[in-house]
Design a protein around this ligand. Structure first.
Ligand code: ARG
Ligand code: GLU
Length: 673
């Protein structure tokens, strides 16, 4: 084990020569091994400034926000900034036709007006540490994978319990990296009283809607403000009107002096999931089969939702958050598939695998990997598609999954439910399933019902009666999911178990091969919702032949796109007036106000809301997206095209100042000019 750990410790440093520029998301506790390179790119601080357990460091100003975003502290009074789309669920929950904060924005003009959000929490990373030795304690190479998993789980649980010592506001997770070749413990402190402070109107915060989503040039003011509250002792506490603003160990100073092309940038946040070391057939399945099918299914739902949302304001509010969620992955999958094919990532991986296979000859650990990967991926191709249809078609009908989950959260479910949308979705999705999935994979119940009613439409009429038939909905869920679990899932699970073992070896193999051939390839652990550092620079890109995109957008571009006829482009009149009067105050740059910029930081879903820092660790932006042509970076990164998109912090300051008149918020920040 010791030898293995040493090997990985070395690898974590990344190969030191021939690095591909700016690719990688690095573990903060290992950043010392990267600091020379980071500094050579312009960073002025030390590794200890990025991550330290002994003194306050930049990490102390970064939080995991809710389930899937990042946020950062920007005042000594617990003020937090994240994306508008990260606070979207909360903003929507506080909205109604009378108080339409989605459309009109929301600004608490005093602390008393800040709105509590049950269920929302933010987590600060206290520390992280390599616990591979402890996790593997008692491991023998003769163990089966089941025994190994059992041991890992048991040891991990012990480590986690010891780390939280019964403190209910501490949370500990042992997480594997490099497919379980290494394990880290992450300990968080969780604050549960987090209040909404401010949000611009959606016509700023979600400007351009799903049309501009994942795209550059971009003009979205994608930010919202929250405040973390604590008990009198500054420790986490359940919501209580008497709680006080939390005083963080560290908050970011805001750099309003601006950025230009070539400037150093660092993104510090919680990317969710990447798969950079996959076998070619897995990438092929994603690009050529899975994504196209899932895209088609979501197109059906989105078209139906749009039709109803355009007709009725109340329905638009009800479905705003759901629609954005469905649309988001739908659009990303399209860019990802295109990017994979354009980069010839499948062919490149196949070339690599052929060489690897040769090299592996006579090496017991790696010898048959390539062959076996091919066999296994062939075995599960059809079943994986059945699985995709289970989630994206059968279970995607709202009523059916709601009934199937025992009607939990009924009040909230019905608040945002419109049956005609769901009924039309049922008809479209169940027809698609019926057409595209082979009969041998369908539950007998599905086939019987279809036969009984004669068509999906008639079946839908029986299910969506005036009072929806909850019994039938629950039965559909139960029957199709039970069938899936009994007949499809076991093979998938068995194969995935074997794949897990193989990937653990393949990961080591790829690294060893790289050492042996001096490949200069860069290794960093796949994202797994743990804190990471990415660094790069502000930089434009060429999305296609004869087009070059410059890296900074401005308010003039917002005005160019402004269109009162289109909901997503209909900016507030006040913004038009400010523009017409050039009333930009101190936020004016070259006759306009900067809105967003792109940079080469390697980010992923979950990095939304992440601080984008300058060379001195001050806040210059808030990450919110990636460019569409580069969304394949979850699978394969292209330094020429992959760019993260950040809100320029000065646009947020301008909106808070000139549009909201919430100057008390600017007063709490430390703004450097
Ligand atoms: N694409 C961004 C992300 O993945 C923003 C999504 C929210 N915006 C939207 N129009 N759906 O989270
Ligand atoms: N908008 C994404 C999020 O919610 C970040 C964009 C990305 O996937 O890079 O995390």
């Amino acid at each position: 084990m010791k030898k293995l750990i040493l090997f990985f410790a070395l690898l974590l440093a990344g190969a030191s020569s021939g690095l591909r520029a700016d690719e990688g998301m690095w573990l903060p506790s290992e950043i010392l091994k990267k600091i020379k390179d980071i500094q050579s790119k312009g960073f002025k601080l030390s590794a200890e400034d990025i991550y330290s357990v002994n003194k306050s460091s930049l990490k102390d100003a970064v939080v995991r926000f809710g389930g899937g975003c990042t946020g950062e502290l920007i005042s000594s009074q617990g003020l937090l900034i994240t994306n508008h789309h990260c606070g979207y669920g909360q903003i929507q929950q506080h909205s109604s036709v009378e108080h339409d904060y989605l459309t009109d924005g929301f600004w608490a003009m005093s602390r008393a007006e800040e709105l509590p959000n049950p269920g929302l929490s933010v987590s600060f990373l206290e520390y992280m540490i390599d616990v591979t030795d402890d996790v593997m304690k008692g491991y023998k190479p003769s163990m089966t994978e089941e025994k190994r998993t059992e041991l890992v789980n048991k040891n991990s649980k012990k480590i986690e319990e010891k780390a939280v010592k019964g403190n209910k506001y501490l949370r500990a997770n042992v997480r594997p990296i490099y497919y379980g070749n290494q394990y880290f413990l992450f300990v968080y402190k969780v604050y549960t009283d987090v209040r909404l402070v401010g949000a611009p109107p959606s016509s700023i915060g979600k400007f351009g809607g799903d049309t501009d989503n994942w795209m550059w040039p971009r003009h979205t003011g994608d930010f919202s403000l929250f405040r973390v509250y604590a008990g009198a002792d500054n420790e986490p506490a359940e919501y209580d009107p008497n709680n006080v603003p939390f005083q963080p160990k560290r908050f970011f100073k805001v750099n309003a002096a601006g950025i230009s092309e070539g400037d150093f940038t660092m993104v510090y946040g919680f990317p969710g999931r990447t798969n950079e070391y996959l076998f070619s057939d897995a990438v092929k399945y994603t690009a050529l089969i899975s994504n196209p099918h899932k895209i088609a299914l979501r197109t059906l739902r989105l078209d139906i939702q749009k039709e109803y949302m355009n007709k009725d304001r109340a329905i638009r509010i009800k479905y705003a958050s759901k629609n954005a969620g469905v649309s988001n992955a739908w659009k990303k999958w399209q860019g990802e598939a295109k990017g994979i094919l354009k980069m010839r990532a499948i062919e490149n991986k196949q070339d690599f695998e052929a060489k690897f296979d040769k090299w592996a000859e006579g090496k017991a650990e790696y010898e048959n990997l390539v062959e076996r990967f091919k066999e296994l991926y062939a075995t599960i191709e059809e079943l994986s598609l059945v699985q995709d249809y289970q989630t994206e078609a059968l279970n995607a009908v709202e009523l059916i999954s709601f009934a199937g989950r025992g009607q939990r959260g009924a009040e909230r479910f019905y608040k945002d439910y419109h049956m005609p949308i769901d009924k039309a979705s049922f008809v479209a999705l169940y027809n698609a399933y019926n057409k595209n999935i082979a009969d041998k994979y369908k539950a007998p119940y599905f086939k019987e019902q279809l036969q009984k009613y004669g068509s999906v439409e008639a079946w839908g009429n029986a299910l969506f009666t005036e009072q929806p038939n909850m019994e039938m909905a629950a039965e559909i869920y139960k029957q199709t999911n039970d069938y899936f679990k009994a007949n499809i899932a076991p093979t998938l699970e068995a194969v995935n178990k074997e794949l897990a073992i193989m990937y653990r070896a393949y990961m080591r193999g790829q690294m060893e091969y790289n050492e042996a051939t001096k490949g200069g390839k860069l290794f960093y652990p796949d994202a797994n919702s743990t804190l990471r550092v990415a660094y790069g620079q502000v930089k434009g890109y060429k999305p296609a032949d004869a087009i070059y995109y410059t890296p900074v957008s401005s308010l003039d571009g917002v005005i160019e796109k402004d269109n009162p006829e289109i909901y997503d482009y209909n900016i507030p009149q006040k913004l038009r007036d400010l523009h017409a009067a050039k009333d930009y105050g101190q936020w004016e740059v070259n006759g306009s106000v900067p809105v967003a910029f792109i940079a080469t930081n390697h980010t992923s879903g979950g990095n939304s809301g992440s601080p984008v820092l300058d060379a001195n660790g001050n806040l210059i932006g808030v990450n919110f997206d990636r460019v569409w042509e580069g969304t394949m970076s979850d699978v394969v990164y292209d330094p020429e095209i992959c760019r993260n998109i950040a809100l320029d912090i000065r646009f947020a300051l301008f909106v808070i100042d000139k549009l909201a008149g919430a100057n008390h918020l600017l007063d709490e920040m430390e703004i450097l000019k």
